[in-house]
Design a protein around this ligand. Sequence first.
Ligand SMILES: [Zn+2]
Length: 422
Amino acid sequence: MKCRFCGTRLDDTHVDGDTAARGKESQIFLDLGTAPPSNAFLTREELAAPETWFPLKLYTCPTCLLVQVDEVQSHAAIFSPDYVYFSSYSRSWLAHAEHYVNTVVRRLGLSTDSLVVEIASNDGYLLQYVSGCGIPCIGIEPTASTAQAARERGIETISEFFGQRFAQDFVASRRKADLIVANNVLAHVPDLNDFVSGLATALAPQGTVTIEFPHLQQLVAQRQFDTVYHEHFSYFSLHTVRTVFATHGLRIWDVEQLPTHGGSLRIWASHDTSHHQNTNAVTAVLAEERAAGMLELDYYRGFQTQADEVKDGLLLFLLEQRRLGCKVIGYGAAAKGNTLLNYAGVRPDLLPYVVDASPHKQGRYLPGSRIPVVAEQQLRTDRPNIVLILPWNLREEITSQLAYIREWGGRFATAVPHMVIS
Ligand SMILES: [Zn+2]
């Protein structure tokens, strides 16, 4: 395979069964074996059929240090058409979006003469606040069901994938954007160069792009290997993303460190020639990355061991609780939980069910592990000893929401970065 940014050839030097081969030459960042698509929840009928498991292996490009997933046979199978995820369902994410819009409108001086474009605008969760300020905006969202939901709340939405060709058509038929927003989409882009060059094409001369993505430095430091799944093609440091943007004539002039998704970066970028001055934050984050060792390949080679320690910790915990006769159940049927459970080989004998608030997931089964997803009522009836919170980034929110389990002496657990029971 070749690096999806710089084209450097990436070799699979790992010899099957020989961990010693993961030596000096290895470009493997993480090998999770095989896994089914993490959002392919199963219906009761589908339990009778086999599932397709795809290899899930990440490489580090030795040239540009982009961490990336191996090419997968069938993208179509992974992006299942009935996959439904409505952003507006999460209250904390809505608050995050509203706060961002208030900040960016002030900082960039956006007005009724400006144009805001959001890529992967989902159901209009963010643009509703832009529109609320009277600022013209357009969403780009390829998923038909979510695009329709956005239109129903009055947000103009184009159902297409963003890239260079789209950007050219857009600029020809409309105008260049003063602000382009793309949150948690960069990792999902199969053709990175096409996407970023499209940003440059669609952006006004003094316009700004802001992009949020999980920070690779946090992923490694917090051992968040469960955020790795097939739908995520790339994992970024500021160093690497800065190189990618510079190649397409875009300069990152500010960066913020956010707590979302276990630690994200929000970059602010404009054309090279724009008047925006670089802030000290850019220099500071680049220096932090260098100090952490992110410019050396050894940094990336050590991650498999970290992931294996998390997996072993979870298994030891679950086996011990079963031996003690304690009932452990899961909470939060999120994609990251599926990566963790499938890599650890957890099945319903160790985790009989997972509670989730989304009616779209209740009554279904987790892909791979085939653990049933149930409504919260079951937890109240069953009174389990321990609730294992799978989306660890929401630990605080979920702990306060389910505080009533303390009434029967229930406790909460999270497995990443290491087992914590409280
Ligand atoms: Zn590369």
